[in-house]
Design a protein around this ligand. Sequence first.
Ligand code: ZN
Ligand code: ZN
Length: 430
Amino acid sequence: MSRLLIKHGRVVDPSQRLDEGLNVLIVDGKVARLAERIEDKDAEVFDATGLVVAPGFIDAHVHLREPGFEYKETIATGSAAAVAGGFTSVCCMPNTQPVNDNAAVTEFIRGRAGEAGLTRVYPIGAVSKGLQGEELAEMGEMVRAGAVAFSDDGKPVHSSYLMRRSLEYAQMFDVPVVNHCEDPVLAAKGVMHEGAVATRLGLRGIPAAAEEIMAARDVVLAELTGGKLHLAHVSTRGALDRVREGKSKGVAVSCEVTPHHLALTDQAVADSEFDTDTKMNPPLRSGDHVEALIQGVLDGTVDCLATDHAPHHADEKVLEFDLAPFGIVGLETAVPVTYDLLVRKRKLPLRLFISLWSCNPARLFRLPGGTLKVGSAADITLLDLEARATVNPDRFRSLSRNTPFAGLRLKGWPAATLVGGEVVWRRERR
Ligand SMILES: [Zn+2]
Ligand SMILES: [Zn+2]
């Protein structure tokens, strides 16, 4: 029997309303006991003096790129990046090659994740075959193979008919449909947020309305079907208002916001002189939208945070702004970026911060985890709220380096990550 005793930490577990100095005894990968003082001469001791001990963080939106784009990221390198960012679980999007639209690909992903043996990886299956937006994929067989949700992310589900059918069908398995909300005709090949900055820079804009229109449609369809709807990477005031309205009417709608949409505005495109690491979809928005997102986090409209980790090779991102692919990596910067902004600067209570990264995504996607209750798997994120460090992409575990946060000095970093009671990553002392 393996025994690990985490001593002298501050346990913050919102699922049990805990915030106190406790020892945590882990036996055979599960939380066995929480108490003020535990002595166990057979247990290995992990000294957590000065650290917060939280239920493992979950990133409900990542792109691991395997199969098909292993030069950007593999399941192994993405898993290493995840645990180095404090994440004990991730949900990966299906826009691989081949697309994860059938059980064989879902099983392949789970197999590769098992071989990597670091973070837990939960595949999200495609809504439509080949992400073509025409015919529903084999959702039932993917659920049986381990898919936890459905999405055509990278693309919106353009057809209202297909969106309706997917919400109806996913309901049979009690899993959410995750939509990337963007009216593709209205977005019309835009490369950044439509507004004063885009006009000044002479770049084609993506209007906020393109997101709000599809968010509004999806909430209507969720109400019609009773299905579970989750809106990916909400970036606009209007889309968030639609979520808020839906919730007030009892519609089963939830949403996530990314660290970059909270921390940066479209001005970053100008300030960085067209650095393509400020190009993502949805785009960085203007200050008014960003403030609305922060308010949405503070008032509880936003259910969880998620990175939309989207690795790209340096050779792809080195293109002109117009031509470069959308997306940035996020796993290894998400926790300090959001802690620094939300808890330090905007005074979000720590327990709510932990809920946004752990308890809430576990509940929405019905994943194990999100709690340190006795008997649950010992997936634990340790945080050092006093640690200061500078974001250094050269040290990323991810295969890709496309981050707009390089050189940023932040306070509050993950210190160690435990999955099933195993220490799978520990921050080096510096
Ligand atoms: Zn997306
Ligand atoms: Zn995405």
